[in-house]
Design a binder for this molecule. Structure first.
Ligand code: NAD
Ligand code: MG
Length: 383
């Protein structure tokens, strides 16, 4: 039977690559839902090709255009933020691919979890902001999360057939981004065009900046904690500039497993959608002889302070990762608009972590309030 996919964030980097995967296996997958924030033209084009049952264009300025373009195709068109959670709660799909970027992806993913859905999760921010509540809700509702993030897909693949109690620790690999080896005297002057040039991956703007600042790896530490039920002490990071080893699991008998391959998000996307199957494809292959040396080095957290701040927030727990994430979303946006410098991003995040009152066991409403409060504060810190 075909798996019916609800693709949230279909116009993004992950969303578009997911549609390429779906196109390659028409007998296995069908698209039920597509959603976009404001790229109406691409949403219309995707809808004409994949013929979903429903689409959501979040920005209602574009509703009329999408509705008119799709009239006669038997596709229901909705708009507004609320439509995202309403569609996510419907029972006419089998698997959600959560590929909205940032905190904006939390509400729809949360709604799918309440319905006991299987979720292929690209939107790591959901677990960063509310990982404790999300993990509890997954168990309570018999939902399931299969990671799409390449490092976490690697860990997940290494853990198939293993007892999670036998994990000693995990090592997340980081490419190091475009500024690997650079020092603050260089970073103080970098502009967005340079930061957006990632050496190994082509991704959306926000995660590309997060990769350049190493915040992405900090968010991924927190993501791994909740996905695999790890203690903070069991999670480490190593810089691996070739991006061939996607992460390591160390077991309690001293055995270490890694998952490897060329950097291509289509693999973790297809693995998550097809799980527990492993599907054949003709993507470019990793040839060992073409990579005679794979290298590993300790991350420079004195220069890339975002990684240290994220680690600190992870150890603090409570609402600290929510504050970290909200502040980061604001400063990345500001950096992308050339309003603040690269290093100022860490200053503002640190100030937010110091200022916003700590809550040890936040409710979902507390997280929503904390996100809003942090955004407001972060804005005042640079305006
Ligand atoms: P992107 O910016 O390319 O796409 C984001 C998608 O989210 C778009 O479809 C956009 O319409 C939608 N969106 C944006 N703001 C929204 C809002 N307020 N409400 C509703 N929808 C909104 O991002 P991406 O690079 O595809 O990343 C998506 C997620 O996947 C992120 O959480 C990212 O961390 C994660 N991820 C991405 C990659 C990658 O290679 N791109 C790898 C690993 C993890
Ligand atoms: Mg990743």
């Amino acid at each position: 039977m075909q798996k019916r996919i609800a693709l949230f964030g279909s116009t993004g980097s992950i969303g578009q690559q997911a549609l390429e995967v779906v196109k390659s296996y028409p007998e296995l997958f069908t698209i039920e839902v597509l959603t976009a924030h404001s790229n109406a033209d691409l949403l219309i084009e995707q809808s004409k090709t994949f013929r979903p049952n429903m689409v959501v264009i979040v920005d209602d300025k574009h509703y009329q255009k999408v509705n008119e373009a799709l009239s006669g195709l038997n596709i229901k068109v909705f708009s507004g933020e609320k439509a995202l959670t309403e569609v996510a709660a419907m029972d006419h799909y089998d698997i959600m691919l959560a590929a909205i970027v940032g905190y904006a992806g939390l509400a729809s993913t949360w709604a799918a979890i309440q319905q006991g859905k299987t979720i292929a999760l690209a939107n790591k921010e959901t677990l960063v902001v509310a990982g404790d509540l999300v993990s509890e809700a997954v168990i309570a509702n018999k939902a399931r999360i299969i990671p799409v993030d390449s490092e976490h897909s690697a860990l997940f693949q290494c853990l198939v057939g293993e007892n999670p109690d036998h994990i000693e620790k995990i090592t997340l690999t980081a490419s190091g981004g475009p500024f690997l080896g650079k020092k603050p005297n260089f970073l103080i002057n970098v502009k967005k065009d340079h930061a957006l040039q990632h050496p190994n991956w082509t991704m959306g703007a926000k995660i590309t900046i997060d990769s350049a600042s190493l915040m992405n790896k900090g968010l991924e530490m927190i993501e791994a904690k909740w996905l695999f039920g790890l203690k903070n002490e069991q999670i480490e990071v190593i810089v691996h500039p070739q991006s061939i080893v996607h992460s390591f699991v160390h077991f309690h008998d001293g055995s270490v497993k890694a998952q490897m391959g060329l950097p291509d998000m289509k693999l973790p996307i297809q693995y998550a959608l097809a799980f527990p199957e492993r599907l054949p494809n003709n993507h470019k292959r990793y040839e060992i002889k073409n990579f005679p040396s794979l290298t590993f080095e300790v991350a420079d957290t004195k220069t890339f302070r975002n990684l240290a701040l994220a680690k600190e927030a992870m150890f603090r727990g409570g609402n600290a990762p929510c504050v970290l994430n909200a502040a980061n979303e604001i400063v990345v946006e500001a950096f992308l608009k050339n309003k603040i410098g690269f290093l100022e991003m860490s200053d503002i995040i640190e100030k937010c972590l110091e200022t916003i009152p700590f809550l040890e066991h936040p409710s979902m409403d507390d997280y929503v309030a904390c996100d809003a409060e942090t955004r407001k504060l972060a804005l005042t810190l640079y305006k």
